[in-house]
Design a protein around this ligand. Structure first.
Ligand SMILES: C[S@@+](CC[C@H](N)C(=O)[O-])C[C@H]1O[C@@H](n2cnc3c(N)ncnc32)[C@H](O)[C@@H]1O
Length: 208
């Protein structure tokens, strides 16, 4: 047994509707690795149990897995806004939401997060940033004013397969932009932050 399997066996099981999203994503998309998966999904659900957010924003829905995990702990008045740029995923995402207990707790926005966020006119308790890695700094600056004081941003993939330590290619924009984002966040006095080595790196940021 590998360590990952051991960890998953000693954490809550993946609910059946999420296991189905996971399987269908592997069958129907060309880059299923983008999906958060069992452990990170349980971590997101647990964080939501801990901080009890009412308004959640997600940048980068993909097939809906992480949005469904975050919807688990919402109160009656709570909502997950999730934004996906790829309109070809729309029907698949909505089907995945319908097959879960949380279809009415998630609002899908199709389009570019950088254009949609300013139009949402919401104050968020939690933002999960998981879109285009080259746009992380832009998402951060766009979204930080819309996060309440004491609210959180969780940025995914901040270790970027370890490439942040040793970029292989100086022209690799995704690695360069993630490194720039990490350095910027590390030096930002408006927030508190901790980087967790879960999966591909999760940075948890709290607005002071
Ligand atoms: C890593 S996947 C998201 C995975 C998903 N959060 C999960 O954990 O299951 C990134 C997604 O962000 C979308 N995306 C990239 N840039 C975006 C943007 N500017 N606005 C909205 N979505 C974007 C991509 O199309 C892709 O589906």
């Amino acid at each position: 047994m590998d360590l990952q399997t051991y960890i998953e066996l000693h954490s809550d099981a993946e609910p059946e509707y999420l296991a189905q999203v996971n399987r269908d994503t592997h069958l129907r998309t060309i880059n299923p690795r983008m999906l958060s998966g069992h452990l990170q999904g349980r971590m997101l659900a647990m964080i939501c149990q801990m901080i009890k957010p009412k308004q959640i924003l997600e940048i980068g829905t993909f097939t809906g897995y992480s949005a469904l995990c975050m919807a688990e702990a919402l109160t009656d008045e709570g909502l997950v806004h999730t934004i996906e740029r790829d309109d070809e995923l729309e029907d698949f995402i909505l089907q995945n939401f319908r097959l879960s207990p949380f279809a009415d707790k998630i609002k899908l926005h199709i389009g570019d997060a950088l254009q949609i966020i300013p139009m949402l006119n919401e104050v968020f308790d939690l933002v999960f940033m998981d879109g285009d890695k080259r746009e992380y700094l832009a998402y951060y600056e766009t979204v930080l004013p819309a996060v309440r004081k004491g609210g959180f941003i969780i940025a995914d993939n901040t270790l970027w397969d370890g490439k942040v330590l040793k970029p292989v290619d100086a022209n690799d924009r995704q690695t360069n932009e993630i490194m720039k984002f990490n350095d910027y966040v590390a030096a930002d006095s408006r927030i508190k932050k901790v980087m967790l080595p879960i999966r591909d790196g999760l940075t948890v940021i709290m607005k002071k």
